[in-house]
Design a protein around this ligand. Structure first.
Ligand SMILES: Nc1ncnc2c1ncn2[C@@H]1O[C@H](COP(=O)(O)OP(=O)(O)OP(=O)(O)O)[C@@H](O)[C@H]1O
Length: 252
């Protein structure tokens, strides 16, 4: 089967800061593919390349075989309807209620009735563990805790039922129960809706428990890609040290 997203021989730099050099990998439809690697190496950049938020100098970034860098405004709109990104900061519109935030894409892209939108919003808020708060739909983002905002932003991303969800550190700042809840949600979306997920995380349990494959970014490429068991058993010192959080004083 053709991959749903493929990056082939990609080169990306910001001035002298070279992020990717001849980097390639492919994500199959329906899999949960997790990207790990040190801070500042380019994991978020990788997600942004996939939805055309950043240009690349050379190589191919393909969504269902179509070159993202060559898409016009209409194609990009369609791409971003199918591939939803959950940003690190959990970007909500501060001037809109949770209901208006969660249903934003539904109003943009569908002809759902108010009642249908209400039902979908409740379903999505339940999925992210905010359904217990009966008033949540009418609250403004400023009145939510950081973790609640993050989960409301997740609800917003899944409301449109995208084909692919890109998660940029979805569990940062959440307590252990909510980390587990997000992991459960990623697995549930895959199992019940066949969603393809690409997850950037520093949370090893999320990587091991949710992923079909894990890819480790190292020296501007993804030389280590495999099942969680394969990555855990990989003898390369950089993999072993990274996944086990081994720190050398001489690295400072
Ligand atoms: N728009 C931009 N302009 C210039 N440099 C950028 C831009 N976006 C990212 N960078 C640089 O690219 C590098 C990779 O950034 P990125 O955010 O992808 O890292 P990351 O691996 O996701 O890190 P972290 O795990 O800390 O979130 C960093 O050096 C960053 O400063």
């Amino acid at each position: 089967m053709a991959p749903i997203i493929e990056l082939r021989n990609v080169y990306k730099r910001f001035g002298d800061n070279v992020i990717y050099e001849d980097m390639s990998f492919a994500v199959e439809a329906g899999e949960t593919f997790t990207i790990i690697g040190g801070s500042g190496m380019g994991k978020s950049v990788c997600l942004k390349l996939m939805i055309g938020l950043l240009p690349y100098e050379a190589g191919h970034v393909l969504y269902r075989g179509k070159e993202v860098g060559e898409m016009d405004a209409e194609n990009l709109r369609e791409l971003r309807r199918n591939v939803a990104m959950v940003f690190q900061g959990g970007a909500l519109f501060d001037s809109m209620s949770v209901f208006d935030n969660v249903t934003y894409a539904l109003r943009e892209h569908t002809k759902m009735s108010d009642q249908e939108m209400l039902e979908r919003a409740r379903e999505c808020l339940d999925m992210v563990g905010l359904g217990y708060d009966k008033e949540i739909l009418y609250r403004m983002p400023a009145s939510l805790s950081g973790g609640m905002r993050k989960r409301a932003a997740l609800a917003r991303s899944i409301a449109i039922k995208p084909e692919v969800i890109l998660y940029d550190e979805p569990t940062t700042g959440l307590d252990p129960a909510n980390i587990e809840r997000i992991g459960h949600m990623i697995r549930k979306l895959q199992k019940e809706l066949g969603v393809t997920s690409i997850v950037v995380t520093h949370d090893m349990p999320i990587a091991w428990n949710c992923s079909n494959r894990v890819a480790m970014l190292w020296q501007r490429k993804f030389p280590y890609i495999g099942t969680p068991a394969e990555i855990q058993a990989n003898p390369a010192p950089e993999v072993h040290e990274f996944i086990n959080g081994i720190y050398h004083e001489d690295q400072d």
